[in-house]
Design a protein around this ligand. Structure first.
Ligand SMILES: [Zn+2]
Length: 224
């Protein structure tokens, strides 16, 4: 989870206000989909993967439409994948707002190998300096591990995608190290910015390494 600045699109805001006053008003018209896909780079704001099953996610639940302010509030609409959308449901009310803050500066994202069983464990840690509510960590734990059988399958597919992406990132860094090819720096910079998949994990690979940090930390451009 990383920071995504959302575009203040006045036409959308006006149309949402109009829809709010209709008896069967919609919040999911084409312009909303288009702007969210653009602002979130077709990525799910929760897990960080690109999504082929996007959902418009209400950051603060609208209680089945009862809360019209939340239902038609542009600032409350996010892009999520089906897996994360169903896990979040109405269960997490105190999440960090990634359109406002930088979640990867409150939480550490890592993958630690479990050699005995040849598996990997996803580690989401809240930094001691952070005072955000524990809900964000709890939601992410559930997203990457799953709780029910169905959600565990979704979580394992997600983790496979994550490991594949991080392997490619590692290969890119190795290539840079071996060849000292300066051109690869812009590729590494792209991977560390918000367009790429699972950006928070990649940033923490850099921050966690004594070797990588001085070389690549400056490539993380994330202005508020
Ligand atoms: Zn997701």
């Amino acid at each position: 989870m990383i920071y995504f600045p959302k575009t203040t699109n006045q036409e959308i805001i006006n149309e949402l206000a109009r829809q709010k006053n209709l008896s069967s008003g919609k919040y999911d018209f084409d312009a909303v989909w288009e702007q969210l896909s653009k602002d979130f780079f077709n990525k799910c704001y929760i897990c960080g993967d690109t999504t082929t099953s996007p959902r418009i996610e209400h950051f603060r639940p609208h209680n089945g439409g009862a809360d019209k302010e939340r239902k038609f509030d542009w600032h409350n609409l996010m892009l999520a994948c089906e897996h994360c959308n169903s896990i979040k449901s109405n269960d997490y009310e105190n999440l960090i707002d990634c359109t406002d803050e930088r979640p990867d500066q409150h939480l550490r994202f890592a993958v630690s190998p479990v050699p005995q069983v040849g598996q990997h464990k996803i580690v989401i840690e809240q930094l001691p300096t952070s005072d955000i509510h524990i809900d964000t960590k709890n939601l992410l734990d559930e997203v990457y591990t799953g709780t029910t059988k169905c959600k565990r399958i979704g979580a394992s597919v997600l983790v496979e995608n994550l490991l594949e992406e991080l392997n490619d990132f590692d290969d890119l860094i190795q290539e840079f190290q071996d060849e000292k090819n300066i051109d690869l720096l812009s590729d590494i910079g792209w991977e560390l910015n918000r367009e790429s998949k699972f950006t928070a994990f990649k940033r923490w690979i850099i921050r966690d390494s004594e070797i990588y940090r001085p070389l690549f930390e400056g490539l993380i451009k994330d202005k508020l």
